[in-house]
Design a protein around this ligand. Sequence first.
Ligand code: ATP
Ligand code: MG
Length: 268
Amino acid sequence: MSLLSIENLSLAAADIPLVSRLSFAIAPGERLGLIGESGSGKSLTAMAATGLLPRAITASGSVRLGGQQVIGAADRVLDGLRGTVSAFVFQEPLTALDPLMRVGRQVAEPLRRRTRRDGRDLDGDALMREVHALLEQVALPQPDRIARSYPHEISGGQRQRVAIAMALACRPQLLIADEPTTALDVTTQAEILKLLDGLVRERGMALLFISHDLPVVAEVVDRVVVLKKGIAVEEGPVAEVFGAPKDEYTRSLVAAARAFDAALEGTP
Ligand SMILES: Nc1ncnc2c1ncn2[C@@H]1O[C@H](COP(=O)(O)OP(=O)(O)OP(=O)(O)O)[C@@H](O)[C@H]1O
Ligand SMILES: [Mg+2]
């Protein structure tokens, strides 16, 4: 059975269609990329998958996450899915962090919820030890200092590592990462991607990875869906879609990525 199954999903804002009749599924442990230019509906689709849509957006069709219907579901049902079935890493790490709470306490919250779910109630010291272990897993230096810091006292790359630690603390079956490295410099981007990729593989999690950066997507996922103005124009294994794109729009995305690579290498 699919972990996430989207069928004929349409999204609109005041009758303006934003996503039209979109269908795709993710099996347990599978890694799917959602690509497309800015404004093509990638983030809205990810939000719809977890019941996080803004109020102004209406949804029709079906979104089943962990066997539960998400569209029209009560908050109680959605709360039960968040963290257990799916967890989110956002484009801008500050979205996930409370500016007024020390990093250690923020990581401790999802960790405590998950360990309770597993029937383990950790006391303060044991919980903090696990927080430090998680901060080490996301390769944060000096986990002690980071845990005591407020989000504004650490760098953007470190904040995104903290956000990844919080998502991993949930041990979700599906990790949704919406352009998790766009806000970072190129070197930090590469490090964070490698980290995310390694941790997701190690834990056998399914991944919905959103990006407009084709080379990045090709490294991280097995299969891609290409969105253009809210419509899926192509879907298939990475090597097929990028190697021999059938759709004109995918061809233009691939050509743009190649031209960019060539420019970087200084070749015409
Ligand atoms: N709350 C909202 N109300 C109305 N329209 C919205 C809302 N949020 C997004 N949209 C519109 O929906 C479309 C898709 O937006 P979305 O954020 O999903 O794009 P995206 O593919 O994630 O783009 P990017 O790569 O820039 O993040 C855009 O035209 C956007 O303006
Ligand atoms: Mg987006």
